[in-house]
Design a protein around this ligand. Sequence first.
Ligand code: FAD
Length: 374
Amino acid sequence: MTTVETTVADLRTEVRRFLADELAAGSFRPSCDSWIQGHSAEFSRKLGDRGWLGMTWPQRYGGGGRSARERFTVIEELLAAGAPVAAHWIADRQTGPLLLRVGTEQQKQAFLPAMARGRLFIAAGMSEPDSGSDLASVRTRAVPTATGWRVNGRKVWTSHAHRSHYLLALVRTAAPDGDRHAGLSQMLIKLDAPGVHVRPIEVMTGEAHFTEVILDDVDVPQGMVVGAVGDGWRGVMSELAHERSGPERYLSTFPLFAELVAGRTAHGEAALADIGSATARLWALRALSVQVQDLIERRSPTDTAAALVKDLGTRLEGEIIDITRRACRPGPDPSDSGPLRTLLSEAQLAAPSFTLRGGTNEILRGLVARGLGA
Ligand SMILES: Cc1cc2nc3c(=O)[nH]c(=O)nc-3n(C[C@H](O)[C@H](O)[C@H](O)COP(=O)(O)OP(=O)(O)OC[C@H]3O[C@@H](n4cnc5c(N)ncnc54)[C@H](O)[C@@H]3O)c2cc1C
């Protein structure tokens, strides 16, 4: 093995040991969709204390100075185990890297160390009631004041805004003037600031993991715009590459798949063929996702490949549910209170969101087609 492979293998063993200890201590129950629905500030703090957040960020900003491959190893183990990682997910996956790329020195020092310790959580404020796929049409406005900006508008489907410290909001700071991507900016807004109203939105599971955020004359001080004023579109696009390409886009139902493979259900020939096919596709997606992480690290374009990971990956996440249903036909034994039944029902309730969040699959296929020269 090369030195890199040894480091990664040792790290994987360390993460698995940590997860086994946490499971034994009852600190979490493996669940599907744990990167969206599994919110535990305490678990995120534990990861931060172990140096498993902000892993690739420079050490002078509280990061680990480690490789993208090492970070990938940690997050795929956490997701495969269905561990509760939602609290820090946005900060670790996209806001931190964005700040490193275009943030001011002051912003880096103020935000990154606390994010890397799992003490500062960020919500992503892109979507609005009439602006989801067409993000450039956002209507939340920020106008300059003597001390910074005054913001008015409404964000929706904002995951965990009621449990986060800041919202990174995409807002209009100037008229588009012919180019609809111009005049947009991203700013960090304190979620307990006067004028910020966060309303949880209940989903089918009865949980409320996402919210509506009303911004009513919110004063945002100078120094909170991330990147140049008016250049927010570029920042959002770079975040979306991180958002679409990671292992969370094909592992949301992996705890169900692992339970199906390892569990008590007897597998007929058809089920074995389904399982084999899904396993092969998981490996192919993993290879593609690893490649995108390498491209991101080298700052190469990733839009098309990232869109492919999300389109193919989220479809596979849904198919794993179908495979499980077919394998268990006519359904898991109602008297079985084991994990398969619970995982299947939570996966089914989460499934409608797989192909929506982070950009719908129709939009992604358009991106892939354009990327391939259509
Ligand atoms: C679980 C979950 C968590 C989320 N978390 C966040 C978050 O934290 N922050 C955030 O900002 N947003 C979040 N979102 C919102 C998500 O990004 C949007 O739902 C998504 O971008 C789609 O936007 P929309 O819901 O407005 O649908 P629309 O854009 O209205 O689309 C409706 C339908 O029309 C189709 N469509 C639209 N335009 C086209 C087109 N040009 N060509 C072909 N088809 C088209 C779409 O594919 C879709 O099927 C979350 C969503 C979910 C489900």
